[in-house]
Every structure is written in structure tokens, then in C-alpha cells.
Design a binder for this molecule. Structure first.
Ligand SMILES: CC(C)(COP(=O)(O)OP(=O)(O)OC[C@H]1O[C@@H](n2cnc3c(N)ncnc32)[C@H](O)[C@@H]1OP(=O)(O)O)[C@@H](O)C(=O)NCCC(=O)NCCS
Length: 152
């Protein structure tokens, strides 16, 4: 990787950079309101390109924490920066941070067609525990959601 990156908790002033990342690199963009809601109400981490002005967000992970469970809501990496281990690093920061908050189980759901993300999750020890038929809208119709968990 030629670009030097760092990972830190995201803050409200990161909103414009995350909105841009969401718009350009998320195949199902959340849009400004949902991104802002996530920054206000969830746990968020950002990968930034060190020294870039204005800030360039190369990755974003947002997750909720409820009692002893944390659920991944979205992870997105800049399309031009994939397969360099950035998502794996973000997922590890998430799991290590929430483990210190007494979280004992990580949860997520993912489109059944998203084989790259499923491969990422399985490589980190997540196991599929369920499937919700016709859960997500697609351009062709609907597709299932796969539910994964990992016990910490
Ligand atoms: C899924 C996503 C987050 C992966 O980000 P990434 O930074 O490219 O992932 P990493 O480089 O950390 O990959 C780690 C491992 O996951 C697996 N993996 C990741 N992307 C993969 C792909 N497209 N195909 C197959 N395996 C993949 C591989 O095992 C990879 O290890 P390797 O490169 O040594 O083979 C990224 O493709 C993305 O932002 N997609 C759009 C948003 C999305 O679908 N998010 C997930 C649903 S919330």
C-alpha cells in the first residue's frame, strides 16, 4: 500500500468525508440523513489517508451496541483501496473496542450475493446462524439476508 492510513473513532465533523465515501463506494448508498444519524447514535470508526487536506475517508464502519451485543450496520471501503486489508483492520478495531465494553457477541447481516463481504466475515471467524428470505430489495427483485455471529 503506497498510502499511509490511520484508523480512529469518527466524529461529527467527518460527516462530509463519509457522505462522499458512501456516495462513491457503497453499492447501496445510505445518503446524508442515515449517515448523520449513524454518526450521532452509533459507534463509528474511520480510516483516513494521513495528511490529506481536506480529509479523505478511505473506510467507515458503523455499529450499534446493545447490552452485551454489537451489530455491524455497515462497513465500506473506498473502491480504489480494496483487497489491501483495510476492512479487516477496521473490523478488528471494532471487535477489540467493543470487547472492552463488555460486549460478548458480534452480529451482522449481509446480502446473500455479497460474496466478498461474506468471505471477509468468515475469514474473521464469523459463522452463519440464519437466513432471512427475500429480505433485501435488488434491481431484479429481492434477495436473502444471511445472519452471522461471532462470540468474543
Ligand atoms: C466488503 C468490503 C468492505 C471489503 O473491503 P476490503 O478492504 O477490500 O477487504 P480486505 O482487503 O480487508 O479483505 C480481507 C479478506 O476478505 C476477503 N475478501 C474481501 N473482499 C473480497 C472479494 N471481493 N472477493 C473475495 N474475498 C474478499 C478475502 O479473504 C480478503 O483477504 P485476501 O485479500 O488476503 O484474500 C468492500 O469490498 C466494500 O466496501 N464493499 C462495498 C460495501 C459492502 O458490501 N459492505 C459489506 C456489507 S455491510
Amino acid at each position: 500500500m503506497n498510502v499511509s492510513v490511520s484508523i480512529r473513532p469518527a466524529v461529527l465533523s467527518d460527516l462530509p468525508a463519509i457522505i462522499q465515501l458512501d456516495a462513491l463506494s457503497n453499492p447501496h448508498p445510505w445518503g446524508e440523513k442515515l449517515v448523520a444519524d449513524a454518526l450521532h447514535s452509533r459507534e463509528n470508526w474511520i480510516i483516513e489517508s494521513v495528511g490529506s487536506t481536506p480529509l479523505v475517508a478511505l473506510g467507515w464502519l458503523t455499529a450499534s451496541v446493545v447490552l452485551d451485543q454489537s451489530e455491524l450496520e455497515l462497513i465500506v471501503i473506498d473502491s480504489s483501496m480494496r483487497r489491501q486489508g483495510l476492512a479487516r483492520r477496521l473490523m478488528m478495531v471494532w471487535s477489540e473496542t467493543v470487547a472492552q465494553q463488555d460486549v460478548s457477541e458480534l452480529l451482522l447481516e449481509v446480502r446473500e450475493s455479497n460474496l466478498g463481504a461474506i468471505s471477509l466475515y468468515e475469514s474473521l471467524g464469523f459463522e452463519q446462524v440464519g437466513r432471512r428470505k427475500n429480505y433485501y430489495q435488488t434491481e431484479q427483485g429481492r434477495e436473502a439476508a444471511c445472519l452471522f455471529t461471532r462470540i468474543l
